[in-house]
Design a protein around this ligand. Structure first.
Ligand code: KDG
Length: 344
């Protein structure tokens, strides 16, 4: 396992982790090694911030709490790792909200396309009581959810053709692109509405499915596309920004129950600090990753407002179908927060 300093050195343009502050717990309240499984790679902002989470715990407990991070879906995919939290065979994971909707239906609000016109709007929502209350809904599932991280704006890549419009996705005469989606019904609806052949699949299988030509493309933030080396098997990218989904940092209730209350408090605090740091890293990483991808040969299409509007219009049926199921009130509350940031 790489140390956080070594990990950090891989991406020189990113901010250093904030100074670790707060009291050190000198009393021996037991020793625990916390295993965290991630889907993403070592160079991802998520991995770097999870190392920072571990550094906080270890520094503030004189090494009695330690964290080992297992990246690259090596312990399982998001769905499997959440099940492992329930059974207590894994301590922590940080999945996308999309597969977590099988525990908390309402999290599907984040799957709605073009919900956040700006990152500021997304931040205002993630910090709001409306969003934080959704984390409490994990109560009773065997999982304890602490905070949102940023996954970010998702962009489309494929190996077949440049995409500037929904018609390019649907491929009118030649047939729709086969696009891997996250395992979530709203994501499926989005790509159906765009005329693609959507194929839900766990993240860990995406690279080889693209390499073998089982799928034409996928969609993820630039940082994930870069750190998972998708550019090696994808020639075209489009800056669609069609969905903004967060990650959730979560722990097995069984692990949580074994921790002394003072450690529990520290874990919660460290999770929030790691989330804040990750959001900063992810924001910094986004443009940098896109430029890196271009330097490495990916042809990236920027879309103007009219082109984005065409995608927005094409996915309108997704709102009609899903807003009532997710809850009209919740969707409206989130949209209100978004609008309040746009009015400023
Ligand atoms: O650890 C996070 C990943 O497992 C996953 O959630 C990444 O956005 C993702 C995807 O496309 O599945």
């Amino acid at each position: 396992l790489l140390s956080s300093t070594a990990v950090y050195a891989q991406t020189p343009d990113l901010s250093d982790p904030p100074e670790i502050e707060g009291d050190v717990i000198t009393e021996d309240l037991g020793s625990h090694n916390i295993r965290v499984g991630l889907g993403l790679a070592e160079s991802s902002p998520l991995y770097i911030s999870t190392q920072y989470f571990g550094d906080i715990l270890s520094e503030r407990t004189e090494g009695r709490l330690t964290v080992d991070v297992f990246p690259n879906s090596q312990l399982g995919d998001d769905a499997q790792m959440m099940e492992m939290l329930q059974t207590g065979t894994l301590d922590m994971t940080i999945p996308s909200t999309s597969p977590a909707t099988s525990y908390v239906d309402e999290l599907a609000v984040f799957d709605l396309p073009f919900l956040f016109p700006t990152r500021e709007a997304a931040m205002a929502v993630l910090e709001s009581d409306v969003a934080l209350d959704l984390l409490d809904k994990f109560d009773g599932t065997g999982i304890k959810a602490f905070a949102y991280h940023e996954n970010g704006y998702r962009q489309l890549t494929n190996s077949v053709r440049p995409v500037e419009s929904p018609e390019d996705v649907a491929g009118l005469d030649v047939g729709g692109l086969t696009i891997r989606t996250m395992e979530n019904p709203v994501q499926l609806s989005i790509w159906e509405a765009l005329g693609a052949n959507p194929t839900p699949m766990a993240f860990g299988e995406v690279f080889s499915a693209m390499e073998q030509g089982v799928i034409d493309g996928q969609e993820n933030p630039w940082s994930t596309i870069l750190t998972s080396n998708f550019h090696e098997v994808q020639d075209y990218g489009s800056e669609t920004r069609h969905v903004y989904t967060p990650f959730i940092i979560m722990m097995s209730e069984r692990t949580w129950d074994r921790l002394d209350p003072a450690y529990q408090e520290l874990v919660e605090e460290a999770a929030r600090a790691a989330a804040a740091y990750e959001i900063q890293l992810a924001t910094e990483y986004d443009d940098w990753a896109r430029n890196q991808l271009e330097e490495r040969g990916m042809q990236i299409t920027r879309l103007n407002d009219d082109q984005i509007a065409a995608f927005q219009e094409a996915v309108q049926p997704v709102y009609d179908e899903w807003a009532p199921r997710i809850g009209e009130d919740l969707v409206a509350e989130i949209q209100q927060i978004v609008e309040s940031t746009m009015a400023e």
